[in-house]
Ligand binder design. Sequence first.
Ligand SMILES: Nc1nc2c(ncn2[C@@H]2O[C@H](COP(=O)(O)OP(=O)(O)OP(=O)(O)O)[C@@H](O)[C@H]2O)c(=O)[nH]1
Length: 549
Amino acid sequence: MINFDLIPCPMLLTDTQGNIRLANRDLLTIVGKSSEDVESQSMENFFPLASRIFLQTHVWPILLREGKVSEIRLAINHHLGDKIPVLMNCQRTTIDGIEAYAWLFFVTTERGRYEQELLETRKRTESLLDETVKNTRFIRTLTDSFPNMIAYWDKNLICQFANLAYLQGFARPASEVIGITLQELLGENLYTQSAPHISAVLAGKAQEFEREIPKDDGSVTNILVNYFPERASNGEVQGFFVLITNITELRKADGKVRLLASVFNATSEGIMVTDANSNILSVNPAFCTLTSYRDEEVLGKPASTLNSERHDAIFFQNMYQQLRSSGEWVGQVWTKRKDGQHFLAKLTLSSIKNHAGVVSHYVGVFHDMTVEWERQEEIAHLALHDSLTKLPNRLLLMERLKQLLGMAQRQERMIAILFLDLDGFKEVNDRWGHDMGDHVLKTVASRLLQQIRSADTVARLGGDEFVILLDQPDCIDDIAMVAARLIHEINLPIEWLGNPTTVGASIGITVVHHADAEVEQLLKQADAAMYHAKKSGKNQFSFYNNSNL
Ligand SMILES: Nc1nc2c(ncn2[C@@H]2O[C@H](COP(=O)(O)OP(=O)(O)OP(=O)(O)O)[C@@H](O)[C@H]2O)c(=O)[nH]1
């Protein structure tokens, strides 16, 4: 007889009525009885009511008809009160010539738990799938609302995702994009161009590059292409995302900026850009040439660094006031170079406003006026000065004389007018020529200048006539001393190309104590006194008095 205890699952042997002939150890352990307890007992006692009913109504009829059942789900009463789920197989057999039934029970607790887990996993998966579907829908709605073309290509270069802009960009429906290869979509040419980037992104390196796509109308579309590798948790690249941005407008704007930058750099006008607080943000090369500053020496510095002392605070206050009210100021400004020298510039200042209408920058354009100014100065100088000796001419002399008279009127000061005419000058011209005569005139001019104070004036009226204005001489003797000294200096030899010569000087002096004198009248008086000195023997001075006339 077989030792049923060796069979590793609960087992019973019954007669055709279900009465127990034998129960193995596993089964006895579950029901908590001995083999004596159970012998000849009905096996149905081991089952809860539902299983008992099922045995009678379903199992026995099959057994009697077919001789076997398999994988019937039942429960056995555990002696501690639990109901243990089992899968039951039963086979008709013959033992010692008598018909019997062998019942095998597989405890399904483990299997049941596994199935339960499977069920839970399935539920979780379904909810995850549900969530994934929701997420996918969200991502699609999101990416479809972007103007950028977005797609995902797996590592076999099969398209797995493409947003609306991507499909529109290639003018294809999703069915003709999803699932096809990148080569198919791009075509041979574009694919070959993109191949190095594709290899690089599949090697894990993000890519960024630009392309110009020619359009039918002859224009081009500029695009910026980004490839981003997508990695699995182990770091392996699974595919890559494509992001394509239309940068045509940006490139056009770039072109404009580059053009403006080249104008900024190439223009001969000095340009300075400041922030709203007048701190220098940017200067062009012409500005650096004009001011001798290198750009790094002025960037961040206040624009007032360039202010010269020739303008007072009110000048700059008015400048900014007008700039604020009208947005522009145009005028001439004395500006300071790095070495402290001043130059005159025509400055056009403009304010730049931001979108909110608030001044964000000022732009200053400097046009160097130095040459124009020097020319104007020269013209002005020529109009008022003698071209040979550079001394003030008659016009300027009269101006100075008027000024001095005005001051004399207010301050009761004395003025002396010395009318000087060279003696023997004609002879110099006649003997040595006009160049020698010119040299004599220039020498006389410089000797006269050396003998007077800075407040005094020496002017040449023309020919060999000079006028000296002495402002506030101490006394008449002082004037006489000056006149004598002038004659002495002029008498000194004058050499020209190795030829020495001499000239004399006759001086007529008129002294003004009161301010109601007419300038022309005063000159006439001095001239008359000079004439008197000539008549008296030349090379001497004579004070004007009525007898001179
Ligand atoms: N070289 C030169 N000669 C000039 C210039 N302007 C006038 N003259 C000459 O200056 C001379 C002035 O004449 P005068 O005053 O009679 O000469 P002078 O010999 O000093 O005569 P007195 O005054 O009587 O002593 C003339 O010969 C003019 O031609 C000039 O710009 N350059």
